[in-house]
Design a protein around this ligand. Sequence first.
Ligand SMILES: Cc1ncc(COP(=O)(O)O)c(C=O)c1O
Length: 354
Amino acid sequence: MTAPSDRRSPFLPHIDAMSGYVPGEQPRDGEYIKLNTNENPYPPSPEVGKAIIPALDGRLRRYPDPVGTAFRDAAATLHGVTREQILVGNGSDDLLTIMTRAFIGANDLIVYPTPSYILYRTLGELQNGRLEEVPFDNDWTLDPLAFARPGVRLAYLANPNSPSGTCLPPAEVAKLAAALPCPLVVDEAYGDFAETHCIGLVADHPNVIVTRTLSKGYGLAGLRLGYLIARPEIVAGLEKVKDSYNCDSLSLLGGAAAIKDRAYLRETRGKIIATRKRLTAAVRSMGYNVPNSSANFVWCEGGAPAREVYDALKARKILVRLMKYPGRADGLRITVGTDAEVDALLVALREIVG
Ligand SMILES: Cc1ncc(COP(=O)(O)O)c(C=O)c1O
C-alpha cells in the first residue's frame, strides 16, 4: 500500500506553486461600515427588480440565451457599436478569465502594470504563463516602450487603475495599443466614474478590447454581469472559449434594465463623485498622498502607517482595504461610501491619526 507521504499531489505543478487570489473580506454579519471592495453604496436602479421579479416563473425551466442577445443589443445601443462587438460575462472577472485562457498558453508572456489589479497575476499563473509586471512611473503614467515587451502575447491595463484610481487618457492608451503586437485589454471596471473611456479606440485599434462591469457603477456586484467590447472577430473567437451558459437569465434581464436607466446612473454617480472629492481633500489634510481618483475609491499612501490604521479602523467596525505590493510601502484603498459612512470614517481616522 502507498504511504500517504508518497502520494503525488493531484494538482498540476504550476497550480500547486501558486497561492491563489484572495478577494477582499466579505463579513456576513452586517456589522461593518464596508469600504473595502469598491461596491456601490447605493442600491441598483428600481428597474432591475421590475425586470427580474415577473420573470421568476416557469421560464426558469429553460436555459438562458447563451449569448445574451437582448442584453447585447442594449449594450450595443448604449455604446454605439454592433451586437457582434459585445460579449457577456459572469462579471468582468469571467471575461478576464476567458481572454487569458484564449490567448495565453504555457510560457506565453503576459504584461500588466504594477501596482494594479492582482487578479491579472493569478490568471496568468493559472495558464502557466510568463508574467512581467511593468512599474507605473511616479505620476502613474506608463511608457509605451517599457510596456510593450518583446514577444508579449497579452497586455492588461486597468483604466481607471486600482488601487490608484488614476486614469490614462485615451490618447495615451492608443499609444500603448499601437506599440503592442498583441491584444490590449483595457479593464474599465471603474469606467462609469471616469470622465473618459477607451471604447472609441476599438474602431482604429483592432487589438483593443474594453471590459465593463455592472458591479460598480450600477450597484450590481451581487448579480454578476459584465461585458466586453471588441472587434466582431475577437468576440466570435472568445465565444468558443466561454462556458455555454455563462450568464443566467435573471442577471441578463436585470442588467439590461440597469444599463437602460441612464437617469439613475447619472444621479448615483454624481453623488459618489461629490463624496469622493470631499473624502480626497480630508485624507490629504491628514498627511496622505492621494492621487486624483477617476473611480469610486481613493488610494492613500505615505501617511500614518497603513497596517496600524487598518487595524484601528477594523476595531471600530470600519473595513478598508490594506494593499501590499512588493517593493512599496503598504497603502490603504478606501471605497467612497455614502456621506454618512464617509463621515464616520473621517471621525475615526481623525481619532486614530490625530
Ligand atoms: C480592476 C478591476 N477589474 C475587474 C474587477 C471585477 O469585477 P466584476 O467581476 O465584479 O465585474 C474588479 C473588481 O473589483 C476590479 O477592481
